[in-house]
Design a protein around this ligand. Structure first.
Ligand code: NAD
Ligand code: GLY
Length: 369
């Protein structure tokens, strides 16, 4: 088994990664010395595939297990569901040593994490992520949240889990489109600060396409170690270090918002296009060489990951895209923040880009003459 530690003093925790870890989950959860009551929050797709395995393993260790199954989808991240789940959990008399387990992808993880941070002002949270995106990103680092009419994840908390259990075998049942979305977030770590990792991924494309379990375990470990290090340096995104994890997201979120978070473009796809736009913008502003754009594009294209917004819709409204970027969580004093490239594996947070520069860039990409 591979174990990565997130070092956050009293709130430090382990991430265990191993094929066939789910049937042993109870054993590792028991080691935490938590109370008997466990509330598993999951969605229908995940429950059907993995709930019984996790439940059996917990019962074997003497836990009392309660299950809450929701219909899958981004809409789950709402105040309504926080209220509904609270009204189901509170009558079961949780105490501060009770635990919520998030069994599923990032949607279940974000919602369950938020709820765990609220019940009795905080009960234990364990993440058992079952999508690649949640295994390399959302299950670690403590960002929880729900969506509102004003945008995604604008309400939430920083609340670290006590343990993260990753079983890469769960990726074998994941639809390809979801897998590739998680893969984009994996490549993101390479692009941020690890050129060797980019080369490694680029040289092993067939192992990724075949979902080779040893290889997946290996790259999940590299990705999540990178996240753990960044989170340990800047847990609540104050210094700019954690903001690097937002590579591709300033443009990506603007695209997602423009299609109303519909299935036309999934988060990972928007991030892939956003990464290419960030590379093009970095080149236009004179920060990097043109070749990095082609290198990243070629890598994504070999997986059929979209690299241009025009592959999704031909006509985008750049006024709307620009306005969407104005509500990015990284912004300060009305200045839009971007993660830009100096090179592959060398990125930085840029805050001093003028609105004119941004608008000109959007015009040059979306309305080329
Ligand atoms: P998701 O949770 O919606 O899961 C995608 C789909 O896969 C769902 O239909 C789900 O039921 C299904 N599924 C899950 N595991 C499966 C499996 N093993 N086999 C078959 N189907 C399975 O989506 P996601 O991409 O995991 O997460 C996206 C969410 O994560 C967004 O809400 C985003 O805001 C959030 N996020 C949070 C952070 C963070 O740091 N907290 C970081 C990145 C993204
Ligand atoms: N996914 C970005 C972060 O955790 O900061």
């Amino acid at each position: 088994m591979k174990t990565v530690k997130v070092n956050l003093q009293k709130r430090s925790y382990n991430i265990h990664i191993k094929t066939d870890l789910l049937p042993e989950s109870g054993k590792y959860i028991k080691e935490l010395n938590i109370g008997k009551k466990i509330f598993i929050i999951t969605d229908k797709n995940t429950a059907k595939l993995y709930y019984t395995t996790v439940k059996k393993s917990l019962i074997k260790e003497g836990f009392e297990v309660h299950k809450f199954t929701l219909n899958p989808g981004e809409h789950l991240k709402s105040f309504v569901n926080i209220v509904k789940l609270s009204n189901k959990i509170l009558p079961l008399l949780p105490d501060r040593n009770s635990t919520i387990i998030a069994l599923g992808g990032g949607v279940i993880g974000d919602l369950s994490g938020f709820l765990a941070s609220l019940i009795l002002r905080g009960i234990n949270l364990i993440q058992i992520p079952t999508t690649l995106l949640s295994q390399v990103d959302s299950s670690v680092g403590g960002k929880t949240g729900i969506n509102t009419n004003y945008g995604k994840n604008l309400i939430g908390t920083f609340y670290q889990p006590r343990l993260v259990l990753i079983d890469p075998k769960t990726l074998q049942t994941l639809p390809d489109r979801e897998f590739l979305c998680g893969y984009v977030e994996t490549v993101k770590y390479a692009l941020i600060n690890n050129y060797k990792f980019f080369e490694y991924l680029d040289n092993n494309k067939s192992k990724i396409k075949n979902k080779n379990l040893n290889f997946l375990t290996d790259i999940i470990q590299t990705a999540i170690s990178s996240k753990a290090e960044i989170v340990a340096q800047d847990e609540t995104e104050k210094t700019g270090t954690r903001a690097l994890l937002n590579l591709g997201h300033t443009f990506g979120h603007a695209l997602e918002k423009e299609v109303d978070y519909s299935d036309l473009i999934k988060h990972g796809e928007a991030v892939a296009i956003g990464i290419i736009l960030a590379a093009k913008f970095s080149y236009k502003l004179g920060f990097c060489d043109k070749t990095i754009i082609t290198q990243i594009e070629t890598h994504f294209k070999s997986f059929d990951i979209p690299v241009s917004a025009k592959e999704i819709i031909y006509d985008w409204n750049i006024n709307n895209l620009f306005n969407n970027m104005l509500s990015d969580k990284k912004n300060q004093n009305g200045q839009i923040a971007f993660i830009l490239f100096k090179n592959i594996g060398q990125t930085f947070l840029a805050r001093n880009i003028t609105h004119n520069n941004i608008y000109d860039f959007l015009e040059s990409v979306f309305y080329p003459s």
